[in-house]
Ligand binder design. Structure first.
Ligand code: GDP
Length: 327
């Protein structure tokens, strides 16, 4: 039975990946941080097959112990301070977890797994936020980085250190440069879920308006369930490499809002939307659109769920989620 170790297992991608790997017959271990972490209870109920291992990306000895215990064939480093807006307020913490956490994981793999043919393989969650103020459109694996947030800067460090350790120590380490990927499990702080959840609540009479920031920025949004398959595919190759994972289509926040309201039959969406400067960012990523040709040809990966279907899925989920709560 192959063994996988996931950091960030309680997050959106960690949940999808744990489910996917379990379906493939893996024994799944997940790093869980903190004392009495409330997300542990949810994990135990929904993903009883995930074996929790205590530890923290800020604590190298705990990572070493976790790898010694799990003895994984594959390590998926998804753990991070992942909310861009928060990274502006907690920049040092973001650099420590999202950036240095990758270095610690690489060192832990070298200490426990060694750099041999049988060494642990690493997947690093890189991000389209590294492209930031984009130098070209669409963005590929060769597009230079120009991050626009402490989160993006930390992800660039993580990406570069993975390349460096791969080249220096012959580790099997890959980075997936994933563009935004969403779904019903997305946290309510991210704009897609904030919008679909608010639209559901407005439809049910539980909320009067949505307060948002910049409506003009554009994202290449895919479905998280599709994207975790690409992570696994990267680690099954003969040689480690980096891949852009994206749909190749881009939509504005305004289009997202319009689509979500249309799902519940509301056309005059502007009457329900207010903008507040507090949701604008000190620096913004204006336009992301990815070219995933390399992943499509080398990994045989492609997205199955397009943006309108994704929004439909999320609104349907949130209508049920919110009406179950008031029953
Ligand atoms: P990100 O791409 O990782 O930053 O994902 P987010 O979902 O947090 O933000 C996507 C885009 O939505 C960014 O350009 C934000 O500026 C924009 N946006 C506009 N209003 C909001 C809001 O109320 N919350 C969030 N999270 N983003 C917003």
């Amino acid at each position: 039975m192959p063994r996988a170790f996931i950091t960030g297992v309680t997050g959106q991608d960690g949940q999808h990946l744990a489910e996917f790997l379990h379906g493939k017959g893996y024994e799944v271990f997940g790093l869980v941080k903190g004392q009495n972490n409330p997300r542990m209870v949810q994990m135990r109920d929904e993903f009883p097959y995930v074996q929790p291992v205590p530890g923290d990306l800020a604590d190298l000895p705990s990572l070493v112990k976790a790898l010694e215990y799990a003895q994984p064939d594959e390590v998926y480093n998804l753990g991070a301070i992942s909310f861009v807006a928060m990274s502006f307020n907690q920049a040092e913490l973001t650099a420590n977890i999202t950036g240095l956490g990758v270095l610690r994981m690489l060192e832990a793999i070298r200490m426990v797994g060694g750099a041999s043919e049988n060494s642990m393989r690493l997947y690093q969650a890189s991000s389209s936020e590294m492209f930031g103020k984009v130098r070209e459109t669409p963005q590929t694996e060769r597009t230079p980085f120009h991050p626009r947030s402490p989160y993006g800067c930390a992800k660039v460090f993580g990406h570069d250190i993975v390349v460096n350790y791969r080249e220096s120590y012959n580790l099997f380490a890959c980075s997936g440069i994933l563009f935004n990927h969403e779904g019903p499990r997305r946290g309510l702080e991210f704009v897609t879920r904030k919008v679909t959840n608010s639209v559901a609540r407005i439809k049910l009479g539980l909320q009067k308006e949505i307060v948002l920031g910049n409506l003009d920025s554009k994202r290449d949004w895919g479905y998280a369930g599709d994207y975790v398959k690409a992570m696994w595919l990267m680690l099954q190759r003969d040689q480690p490499d980096d891949y852009v994972i994206a749909t190749g289509e881009t939509y504005s926040i305004e289009e997202l809002v319009k689509f979500a309201f249309a799902e519940v039959g509301i056309e005059n969406w502007r009457d329900y939307v207010r903008q507040d400067p507090k949701f604008f960012r000190p620096a913004e990523v204006d336009l992301l659109i990815g070219d995933s040709t390399k992943a499509r040809t080398e990994l045989g990966w492609k997205p199955e769920v397009d943006f309108p279907t994704l929004i439909k899925m999320m609104v349907a989920h949130d209508l049920k989620f919110e009406s179950d709560k008031i029953r």
